[in-house]
Design a protein around this ligand. Structure first.
Ligand SMILES: C[S@@+](CC[C@H](N)C(=O)[O-])C[C@H]1O[C@@H](n2cnc3c(N)ncnc32)[C@H](O)[C@@H]1O
Length: 238
């Protein structure tokens, strides 16, 4: 494009801006106001969630009903999931999957991040799943946030994952109590069925064969309900 054309374009755009300044400024104001209100609501929502579910509710009497499964209970601290998300400052997650979501606090918490469009928790143990649904109901005043959350009462190994296609997912697996075989089966399924660019955070490392499609990124020390510092390993599906 020649200089003369460019100059006349700039002159024309300046003319348009001056003429419609009031409306342009108004739409910017509306946009920033909406962003401010969303952030304010997210802060109030997180505060309410922490009031409703401040500390981990443990249970140990359910083991006999789920023999053959590894259902030992414990939770990641709210600060732990913040730490994981913040360690990816250059990445925007648009979905979250908690494998073994327990009483649901992490799915509900992550849903308050604006870029997240769906937050899914899959939990095998029915009483824990029901507690998660109850907690979600108690947060119904914030339906713009909770409508992004879905809890599924199922064995992860039998679940479909199609809904994560075309999203940028963060997956959390609290798999410290899983043996290596189960850990590898769970991660192999993620490698096969989740989109490339999925980040997996887990407590126990992958030792399976599919290392071409999985890159180890980092390890962090994160606060859990049973210890101040537990290692979390971060992987990327290529
Ligand atoms: C240690 S808890 C983690 C709770 C929560 N994700 C957190 O980190 O705060 C692990 C959960 O995984 C669930 N679980 C174990 N095997 C599972 C499976 N095959 N499918 C779905 N959930 C499973 C257990 O019942 C348990 O509630």
């Amino acid at each position: 494009m020649c200089l003369e054309n460019k100059n006349s374009q700039i002159i024309f755009l300046t003319y348009l801006y001056k003429k419609y300044k009031k409306y342009i400024n108004m739409s910017l104001f509306v946009k920033y106001k909406a962003k401010y209100l969303n952030e304010k609501s997210a802060i109030e929502y997180r505060k309410r969630l922490k009031e409703l579910y401040p500390t981990t509710v443990h249970d140990s009497s359910l083991d006999k009903d789920y023999s053959g499964h590894k259902i030992t209970y414990g939770e990641m601290d709210y600060s732990g999931i913040d730490q994981i998300v913040k360690s990816f400052s250059n990445k925007t997650f648009t979905s979250f999957l908690d494998i073994g979501s327990g009483r649901g606090k992490l799915c509900l918490y992550i849903a308050s991040i604006q870029s997240i469009t769906k937050s899914v928790g899959i939990e095998l143990v029915t009483p824990r799943h029901l507690d998660a649904l109850k907690l979600k109901d108690k947060l119904d005043d914030f339906s713009a946030i909770t409508s992004k959350v879905k809890f599924i009462n199922q064995d992860f190994l039998t679940c479909g994952l199609d809904e994560f296609a075309r999203t940028s997912p963060l997956v959390w697996i609290s798999n410290l109590c899983f043996d290596l075989e189960l850990t590898n089966r769970v991660i192999n399924k993620l490698i096969e069925q989740m989109p490339s660019n999925t980040v997996i955070a887990c407590s126990k490392e992958y030792t399976g064969d599919d290392t071409n499609r999985l890159t180890k990124l980092d390890s962090l020390n994160v606060k859990m309900s049973w210890t101040e510092s537990s290692q979390v390993h971060l992987y990327l599906i290529n």
